[in-house]
Design a protein around this ligand. Structure first.
Ligand code: ZN
Length: 319
């Protein structure tokens, strides 16, 4: 029989960046102990995760959850078994890249919002002001051997402005490109993307900027996270962020689901025959540990329902 799925235009392999100790924890009220973050990072790496966004070097008063990022990276550095993993940190300003460099961070991620009003609410800076700072950061990074990536948040919609025109994303991408940042993430910060919008915008961006390496970052706020991943893959993207347990909030939708859950994403990709290099069983163990740490049921579907393969085994036993 013909391979009908060949028409789906799927990648053979997907690379996943685990963001649980950064985006996942950022909106948690109770600050997680550094040692627990360390255990989570070790557990996801043991499961096969090769890219970890471990923390952010931002104002500790503004984001108390990230106040221990120096210590998180010190723990990573002292763990010699994790050398082939890329550990990245989020930064927003010059002080951030200096702190990251002092910790030996090799990859730092800049971020800004596609929507000016979201940007003003978050950081009270215009895009011009931000890119003036980013240019200085890029110079520092180049001199000191730190690679930069960039994120564009609210890329698929803004809680204040609604629709975000693709022209705004094109403009920001040009500016990132000008300062030499060649790996970019389109982030659906508040879960406003739908699969058609993702397919359209990603196709436009890939056509306009063929030299950029694209990542996608989806939140499952309105239940469309994995559908958006499928649309992204069909538009030719094979790099996605996800958070263990689906942790990660959205300040504009209290109580809503967070990031897409890493285990839900791996489970889906496993079923589709798309390689991730991640052991789902070990990942689920890590998610259970996280659930114990935060002390409440997490939004992850596979954590609740188990794997398809678990069910098949159960059915066989019943027979
Ligand atoms: Zn996010």
């Amino acid at each position: 029989m013909a391979d009908y799925t060949a028409n789906m235009k799927l990648p053979a392999r997907v690379s996943i960046c685990e963001v649980v100790t950064r985006d996942g924890l950022q909106n948690e009220k109770e600050v997680m102990a550094t040692e627990r973050k360390n255990l989570l990072i070790q557990a996801v790496v043991a499961a096969g995760v090769k890219i970890v966004e471990a923390g952010s070097f931002v104002n500790p008063k503004a984001v108390p959850q990230m106040a221990d990022t120096e210590q998180v990276f010190a723990n990573i550095a002292s763990n010699s078994t994790q050398k082939d993993v890329e550990y990245r940190a989020l930064i927003l300003n010059k002080r951030g890249i200096e702190r990251a460099y002092e910790c030996g961070v090799k990859k730092a991620k800049l971020t800004l919002s596609a929507s000016q009003s979201h940007q003003k609410a978050n950081a009270n800076q215009s895009h011009d002001e931000i890119f003036a700072n980013f240019a200085a950061i890029a110079e520092f990074a180049k001199l000191n051997g730190v690679t930069l990536s960039g994120a564009i948040s609210t890329a698929f919609g803004c809680p204040f402005e609604g629709a975000v025109p693709v022209e705004a994303i094109i403009d920001i991408t040009k500016r990132y490109d000008e300062i030499g940042v060649g790996e970019l993430s389109l982030s659906d910060t508040t879960g406003m993307a739908d699969p058609a919008l993702v397919y359209r915008n990603v196709s436009i961006m890939k056509e306009r900027f063929p030299g950029i390496v694209w990542n996608l970052h989806f939140h499952n706020t309105r239940g469309m996270g994995l559908a958006n991943v499928l649309a992204g893959m069909q538009a030719g993207v094979s790099r996605f962020d996800a958070s263990l347990g689906g942790l990660g909030g959205c300040p504009f939708a209290p109580g809503a689901s967070g990031n897409i859950a890493t285990e839900d994403l791996v489970h889906m990709l496993d079923l589709m025959g798309i390689e991730t290099g991640i052991d789902l069983g070990k990942l689920l163990e890590a998610a259970k540990m996280l659930q114990g740490f935060v002390g409440r049921e997490l939004a992850s579907a596979v954590l609740k329902a188990g794997r398809n393969s678990d069910l098949h085994e159960r059915v066989l036993k019943l027979d």
